[in-house]
Design a protein around this ligand. Structure first.
Ligand code: ADP
Length: 402
């Protein structure tokens, strides 16, 4: 069965088609500037050059229509007709407490996800638009929703409740939800494979370090804690997000800077993190260049980032009473050799020892702990699309065989 994976943002859309008989990626692409001047689709059939097509796309339905044309294109396409697409998997960011697993999308699921829109308006709104567009164009193809929050639903209340009046949890759903769940789950499963040990016998800490970044504690196959919270703003220092701060700072900055409504939120989400500290960039490559040129604030930003990751690692080791492997993934985790070194150095007392030579690698599954390290250190490139395609395939096949 071929599965189309759709990840719909407000003005962009990423897609892939995978043949799930052998999990082979057939094509992938990106639509940008949906609803704007100069909307464009970039499509790549694996093994061929990318093709770019500037074509007006007023809304998500136009975008999906262009995606379907691209995947059926006589030269660059990968299927002859949409009948060859057995199911569509949709990435949906927020499922609140409603779904702990991926689900077949029916009217009841749409209704439940609509109720979650107010928890993540910037993400869930386009995710739902993408689903509606696909349903309109492929009414007979099964659709599956895969949620960023689902994997974290196993957290116990002592991990997900905030110490604010309990009624706000009951009345408004204010609790820790966690994000990047699809990635944390994927790398945890790969880690178990790499180690040749059942997930249920492992204690893992997964570090998804990209532009957005989060750490999860996974005990015996279940997520027991994660660093992102009610929104993806909490936890680690990120590219442009502040992560954990004293909440009193928000009111204080608002007063001192005389900020209009919403401005503090914008500052903490878009102008903080390593960008805010360094004043240089949110991209770790730029920061490392700046450090080479002697920029002290860039160096400080990297140190603060590393310290925060180390703090969460220590905290989760205490929470789980140990750890078997720490996994690094996403843009920074997969590629930033220096940052992995900053995070992993001087942790020998916790049984964590990094092999500097083995760490000298990018984007490839590697165990970079020393032979005698009690804890394995694993670099595992994430693959959220494959995870979405797997869930979609299993759910669609189970329905077909019913
Ligand atoms: P997201 O999906 O959250 O946008 P990614 O996981 O793609 O983010 O990570 C993007 C980030 O990864 C970049 O902003 C950059 O900081 C970092 N990155 C990518 N490649 C490298 C590299 N070679 N060295 C250091 N950092 C890198």
């Amino acid at each position: 069965m071929n599965v189309l994976v759709i990840n719909c943002g407000s003005s962009s859309l990423k897609y892939q088609v995978l043949n799930m008989t052998n999990e082979e990626l057939l094509c992938k692409g990106l639509v940008e500037r949906i609803g704007m001047e100069g909307s464009v689709i970039t499509h790549e059939k694996i093994g061929m050059d990318k093709v770019k097509n500037v074509v007006p796309m007023e809304n998500h339905q136009d975008a999906i229509k262009n995606v379907l044309d691209a995947v059926q294109h006589p030269e660059h396409g990968v299927v002859k007709s949409m009948d060859e697409i057995g199911a569509v998997g949709h990435r949906v960011v927020h499922a609140g407490e409603k779904f702990a697993y991926s689900v077949y999308i029916d009217d009841a699921v749409i209704g439940a996800l609509e109720e979650c829109v107010e928890l993540a308006p910037l993400h869930n709104t386009p995710n739902l638009q993408g689903i509606a567009a696909c349903q309109a164009l492929m009414p007979d193809t099964p659709m599956v929703g895969v949620f960023d929050t689902a994997f974290h639903q196993t957290m116990p209340p002592e991990s997900y409740l905030y110490a604010i009046p309990y009624e706000y949890y009951k009345k408004h759903g204010i609790r820790r939800y966690g994000f990047h769940g699809t990635s944390h789950k994927y790398v945890a499963e790969r880690a178990a494979d790499m180690l040749g040990v059942d997930m249920h016998d492992l204690k893992l800490i997964t570090c998804h370090l990209g532009n957005g970044a989060s750490v999860s504690a996974i005990k015996h196959g279940r997520c027991v804690d994660t660093s992102m919270g009610f929104t993806p703003l909490e936890g680690l220092v990120m590219g442009t997000r502040c992560g954990d701060i004293d909440p009193a700072i928000v009111t204080y900055i608002r007063q001192k800077e005389n900020l209009p409504q919403g401005a503090a939120n914008e500052i903490l989400n878009k102008k903080s993190g390593v960008l805010g500290i360094s004043g240089v960039s949110s991209d770790f490559r730029d920061l490392e260049e700046a450090v080479k040129e002697g920029n002290e604030r860039a160096a400080l930003a990297l140190k603060i980032f590393a310290q925060k990751v180390r703090g969460y690692i220590g905290s989760y080791i205490a929470e789980m009473n140990g750890v078997d492997a720490i996994i690094f993934t996403a843009g920074v985790g997969e590629n930033d050799i220096g940052m992995r070194e900053m995070i992993c150095q001087n942790l020998g007392n916790l049984g964590i020892k990094m092999d500097v030579l083995k760490n000298n690698v990018r984007g490839k599954e590697t165990d970079f702990a020393t032979e005698d390290s009690k804890v394995r250190l694993l670099l595992i490139p994430t693959n959220e699309e494959l995870m979405i395609a797997r869930d979609t395939y299993h759910i669609a096949r189970a329905r077909k065989n019913k």
